[in-house]
Design a protein around this ligand. Structure first.
Ligand code: AMP
Length: 251
């Protein structure tokens, strides 16, 4: 498994700093990853971060970190956010945007970044453009991973996660060696609350309504790169690198 980079500044927000800062990149990559839940964005983000030296900035991870406790008691806005998340609904834009603004420093990171799960609405995308503009940084590309709907449902409902090392498995496609047990650390695998059938249905409806229009938004901006996620993670990663290369040469 890929060693996870220190993301303290992103996960904790505010004045928190990463103990091991990202290495300075001569041309830091700044990317957004789009795609329905379950297309494998998280896996691609990890592979890309490893290759590009960029930091994986997932808004869903911030909410999950807050839910799992730590030293800080979640405030009222975070408590409300966690309730939306539990139902599979989108957290209101204002809460998400305040959370991202509180982490603006991560968008200036000298290693670059990969935004995963943000933006999720056109309002969030417009605000992101303003936040980045104020920091004098620009997105290089928006990678949109595509997969047929029935495959999305099957991937989500079979997904199992390790609460300790965050490794991800699938009951059919990537089963652990011992049923219910993490191959890496022996943790007891669980099914995310928002991967339960009712929540999956809500998440996919929400995606179609709120997030799918983002592809048009970024196509108009000339940033969109569409990538098929129908094959293995390795093949999807290969396609991603080819697409990124093509984009870099075209600009
Ligand atoms: P994810 O891990 O990206 O699938 O996010 C898990 C859940 O967190 C989502 O189903 C939403 O409830 C919430 N969430 C994460 N990012 C956002 C966002 N940018 N806007 C609204 N809700 C979000």
């Amino acid at each position: 498994m890929i060693a996870t980079r220190d993301r303290t500044a992103w996960l904790a927000g505010g004045n928190a700093r990463c103990a091991v800062p990202a290495r300075r990149q001569s041309q830091p990559k700044r990317l957004v990853l789009l795609g329905a839940p379950g297309v494998g964005k998280g896996t691609q983000a990890e592979l890309l971060c490893e290759r590009l030296g960029a930091c994986h900035l997932s808004t869903g991870d911030v909410f999950r970190a807050a839910r799992c406790g730590g030293s800080r008691e979640p405030g009222p806005a975070m408590m409300a956010a966690l309730e939306y998340m539990r139902r599979g609904d989108l957290v209101p834009d204002e809460i998400v945007l305040n959370m991202v603004r509180d982490r603006t420093r991560c968008l200036r990171c000298q290693g670059g970044f990969l935004l995963d799960g943000f933006p999720r609405t056109v309002t969030q995308a417009e605000s992101l453009a303003r936040i980045l503009g104020a920091q004098n940084v620009a997105l290089e590309a928006v990678l949109s991973y595509e997969l047929p709907l029935e495959e999305v449902v099957s991937r989500l409902s079979g997904r199992r996660a390790c609460p300790d090392c965050k490794a991800s498995f699938h009951v059919v496609a990537l089963p652990p060696r011992v049923v219910g047990e993490c191959d890496h650390c022996g943790g007891k695998l669980y099914q995310r609350e928002d991967d339960q059938p009712d929540a999956i249905r809500v998440r996919l409806q929400v995606y179609e309504k709120s997030t799918a229009p983002l592809t048009d938004f970024y196509r108009r901006e000339g940033l969109l790169v569409v990538i098929s996620a129908a094959d293995s993670p390795e093949e999807t990663f290969r396609r991603t690198l080819v697409a990124l290369n093509g984009k870099a040469q075209a600009t």
